[in-house]
Write a protein that binds this ligand. Structure first.
Ligand code: ATP
Ligand code: MG
Length: 334
């Protein structure tokens, strides 16, 4: 424990992490580990909220995500990697918090509304999914996190967390829980290789951080560019062109990328050239991650011990918060 601010981030264990995670969150987490008390939650119970039909995938993905963390350079000496389903205080706090939020409020949450639409749930939304903002409030507050790096579209979740915090503090008549501030990363969302607004594990449009050179090449070949750019001499669109979105995110030579964009816009630059460049950039990004991942994968016991030790540490922190909330609300003590 230090006096550093606490930060909680996490990933649903629905599959291996992808380059969108790297651009949108892992890169920042590598920086945060020196300046924050950082907890990384392997969010397997949250993954169940829309994957209850496939628990095997969620179980398998715990190791995948943990391997990705270690492979990109998350250091378990500095950051705590922990498993959501093995932190009972999170579930207990969720149950308590559900009494401080209404169904109408959950249904109005713009993030949830949008996710329900995208997943086509309609009225058949699993109750756990509708209620996950309360569970997320439990995650954030259990660690007493005060800074939450989230994408702009997730900001309503932090707002809802803080509403719950204020209600609980009001009921307890003292500030037992801190509010959290959303920290929106500048990088924004990385689109999928199909041109859809978001690369996602479940969307089938991702390049995993563990992708082989062949898989990278195949993904780059299939990548959405500008369907109107038929001949090399035609002017091409940079806006919405996934190749340029990725070059912006990962190519260190910004000036060269700007020059390529201008040339593409004028006409005279073929997709093959920009794709070749991107292929090189992605291979350079992924190769060292892939190599470290393969090394860690040879020692699953080590990875398991990292998760066990982190979860043990997290258990102490989250149990203490749960006691504070139960005591603060003045529930009966035995
Ligand atoms: P799923 O499809 O199962 O929802 P996902 O790919 O959306 O998976 P999550 O585990 O839901 O990944 O997201 C974990 C974190 O990674 C979140 O903080 C999220 O904002 C960030 N993230 C996910 N996808 C992207 C992306 N394409 N660009 C930037 N950040 C992303
Ligand atoms: Mg997601």
């Amino acid at each position: 424990m230090t006096n550093n601010p606490v930060i909680l981030t996490g990933d649903r264990t629905t599959g291996p992490l992808h380059i969108g995670h790297f651009a949108g969150s892992l890169r920042n987490r590598l920086r945060f580990q020196d300046s924050h008390d950082q907890y990384l939650l392997l969010a397997d119970t949250q993954a169940l909220t829309d994957n209850a039909h496939d628990p095997a995938k969620i179980r398998r993905s715990v190791m995948e995500v943990a391997l990705d963390y270690l492979a990109v350079g998350i250091d378990p000496e500095k950051s705590t990697i922990c498993l959501q389903s093995h932190l009972p205080a999170l579930a207990e706090l969720s149950m308590l918090y559900l009494n401080f939020v209404t169904v109408a409020r959950l249904e109005r949450n713009p993030t949830i509304k949008d996710e329900i639409r995208v997943r086509g749930f309609g009225h058949n939304v699993p109750a756990g999914f509708l209620c996950y903002p309360a569970a997320q409030a439990a995650d954030i507050t259990a660690f007493r996190a005060t800074r939450e790096p989230v994408g702009a579209d997730q900001a309503p979740l932090i707002e809802q967390t803080n509403e719950i915090v204020r209600r609980i503090n009001a009921a307890a008549e003292k500030d037992i829980l801190p509010e959290a501030e959303a920290v929106i990363p500048r990088s924004g969302r990385l689109p999928g290789i199909d041109g859809k607004a978001k690369m996602s594990k479940s969307g089938g449009n991702a390049i995993p951080l563990s992708a082989s050179p062949d898989a990278i090449a195949t993904a780059v070949r299939a990548m959405y560019t500008d369907p109107g750019h038929l001949r090399i001499d035609d002017p091409g669109k940079v806006e919405g062109n996934v190749v340029f979105a990725y070059l912006d995110a990962f190519d260190e030579d910004e000036a060269a990328v700007q020059e390529l964009k201008a040339q593409y816009g004028r006409g005279g630059l073929g997709d093959a050239v920009i794709k070749r460049r991107l292929n090189g950039v992605l291979e350079a990004l992924i190769a060292p991650i892939r190599q470290r991942r393969e090394e860690f994968a040879k020692h699953p016991d080590h990875v398991l011990n990292v998760i066990r030790a982190g979860t043990q540490r997290a258990r102490e922190v989250t149990e203490a918060t749960k006691r504070d909330v139960v005591n603060g609300l003045g529930l009966f003590q035995l």
